[in-house]
Design a protein around this ligand. Structure first.
Ligand code: MLT
Length: 318
């Protein structure tokens, strides 16, 4: 007998327990995580599409999916989805905005400490048989950490930084008042007073290369830059030049303009701590992200109110 349950196509690896909740219930599920060749044959009959950040949902991909009703992004950022094309087509996009908050906050604090204590060099030297015990690095206590973008993740970091004795400040053009007492300051003030500039903004055309040569020049000499948000927020050429000149003391990058990064200096530079876009990749965050988007898909199927619609304006359109 033909299986006429709606087809959900899983394009990027997500938590298997979450997928089972769909396939054992009201949906057919197909694994298309092996790249575009595995995805393409299923697009024509897909009702729903689950992605992380690897799959780029372009207007062309949407054109191959005439029956698609919903894209579920198992994560926060939707910059890998052509939101205008999806909305024009009436395809609903949902995400899992809260799933990775703790994981990304913890990673950020780990990176701040690795940077200010300048631990990468001594770790490498000790591994190579050295024993470099000289006076080294600084305390996180007493530092000013400036958040560019003050959403869920940055607020969680700020809350967790207070017991360390660090001072959070934030710049966010979408906020008119501080949600938690952290001072909101103009961008110039943040750049010129922070010891660590930590990026947490969603990527848009307006903030692409926000951290460029002029903005880096406004920072104090010896500032650290941490990017766990999106690579294109930073002009990587300007960042490398500022690390070489000493204007920046160090940087920690979890995200890159092109992933995996094609510029070897971005992962090999002695003053950069590189990680491979793993802020949200803990077991806990991935279970939450999988479960959050699956629950959202089930709500959409039952036409129940949604928790995380990104383009709610399409709801109810024929
Ligand atoms: C996100 O936006 O959720 C993160 O960058 C992690 C991911 O790629 O899913």
């Amino acid at each position: 007998m033909a299986d006429d349950r709606p087809l959900i196509v899983v394009a990027d690896g997500i938590d298997q327990g979450a997928v089972a909740a769909l396939s054992e219930g009201p949906c057919r599920v197909v694994d298309a995580t092996a790249g575009f060749d595995s995805l393409r044959p299923h697009l024509g009959s897909a009702w729903g599409l689950i992605v992380r950040s690897r799959t780029k949902v372009t207007r062309e991909i949407l054109g191959l999916a005439p029956n698609l009703k919903i894209i579920a992004r198992a994560g926060v950022g939707v910059d890998n989805i052509d939101m205008k094309a999806a909305t024009d087509r009436g395809v609903l996009v949902v995400n899992a905005p809260a799933a990775a908050t703790t994981s990304v906050a913890e990673l950020s604090i780990a990176l701040y400490i690795l940077l200010v204590r300048d631990l990468l060099g001594p770790i490498g030297a000790t591994r190579s048989g050295g024993w470099p015990r000289g006076t080294h690095g600084h305390e996180l206590a007493g530092t000013t950490v400036g958040f560019i973008g003050y959403g869920r993740i940055a607020r969680e970091i700020a809350r967790r930084l207070l017991p360390f004795g660090a001072r959070p400040i934030a710049h966010d053009p979408f906020l008119t008042s501080s949600p938690d007492g952290t001072p909101l300051v103009p961008l110039d003030e943040l750049l010129s007073t922070s010891n660590i500039v930590s990026l947490h903004a969603a990527l848009s055309e307006e903030n692409r290369h926000l951290i460029d040569a002029p903005h880096i020049a406004r920072m104090r000499r010896g500032t650290y830059v941490v990017n766990v948000a999106r690579g294109a927020l930073v002009d990587e050429t300007a960042l490398l030049a500022a690390l070489d000149s000493g204007q920046l003391a160090g940087a920690a990058l979890d995200v890159y303009e092109v992933e995996p990064p094609v510029r070897a200096e971005l992962v090999r530079h002695p003053r950069i701590i590189p990680t491979p876009h793993l802020g949200a990749s803990t077991h806990e965050a991935q279970q939450r992200a999988g479960s959050d988007v699956v629950q959202e898909l089930l709500r959409a199927l039952k036409r129940e109110p949604l928790k995380y619609p990104v383009n709610p304006e399409v709801i109810g359109r024929p």
